[in-house]
Write a protein of this length. Structure first.
Ligand code: NI
Length: 221
């Protein structure tokens, strides 16, 4: 048998091998077309704890609107008002931050100065520190509002600690625009970073201001 001649079974054997390979490739592709990947922005549900105590808040590492890495320790000693949102939000977030600003305006300057208002972005991809630095200066927002962002993992961890839901939602159409579904809640944390209470979406500035004053009275400030 020379190199130029093949036994009679050679060609069918090659055809069979190629056929099996093609079938394997198609099967593999079929597997890859299986369930769609889960939304990358959605935090996994936090494990349920049964201590009977509200497990909200905790350590976080994020980046502020000046580009500095910060943790909860940087805010120790000041009660925090925390809202999770994003700067591209057309309505809910700006309205909520205006309510926070209006509530603080109803306090005396001395009372107001004790609180640290914070916006934590749920859209770190677009909410760079520079973007937040512009956003937090809106006149109707709290005076000393601090914007926090970070990597997607950092933001996810913070959202998980606060039991905040958020999920990226693609807009229909040809553009690459997207929005972010998220819970709209203002959290009050005490001087040690412990959870005090939430002000649900729709709370009035007056009702929040009254709760903040009550908090200052009972926390001995
Ligand atoms: Ni929003």
């Amino acid at each position: 048998m020379s190199f130029k001649t093949r036994p009679i079974w050679f060609i069918p054997a090659v055809a069979l091998t190629l056929g099996l390979l093609a079938a394997a490739v198609m099967a593999g592709a079929g597997l890859l077309r299986g369930p769609a990947p889960a939304d990358a922005g959605a935090p996994r549900p936090a494990p349920v704890r049964s201590s009977g105590e509200a497990q909200v808040g905790g350590p976080f590492t994020l980046v502020n609107h000046r580009g500095e890495t910060v943790t909860e320790a940087d805010f120790a000693g000041r009660p925090m008002l925390i809202y999770f949102g994003f700067t591209y939000c057309p309505d809910v977030c700006p309205a909520s931050l205006q309510v926070m600003g209006a509530a603080l305006e109803q306090l005396t300057p001395e009372q107001r100065a004790q609180f640290q208002p914070i916006l934590i972005s749920v859209d770190p991809e677009r909410d760079t520190p520079d973007m937040l630095a512009q956003y937090v200066t809106a006149p109707a927002f709290p005076e000393n509002l601090t914007g926090l962002t970070g990597t997607l993992d950092q933001v996810r961890n913070a959202a998980r600690a606060y039991r905040v839901y958020f999920a990226r939602v693609e807009d229909d159409g040809v553009s690459s625009d997207y929005t972010v579904d998220h819970s709209s809640i203002i959290y009050l944390m005490d001087r040690e970073g412990r959870f005090v209470e939430v002000f649900p979406h729709g709370s009035s500035p007056a009702s929040i201001a009254a709760r903040l004053q009550a908090f200052l009275e009972t926390s001995g400030a």
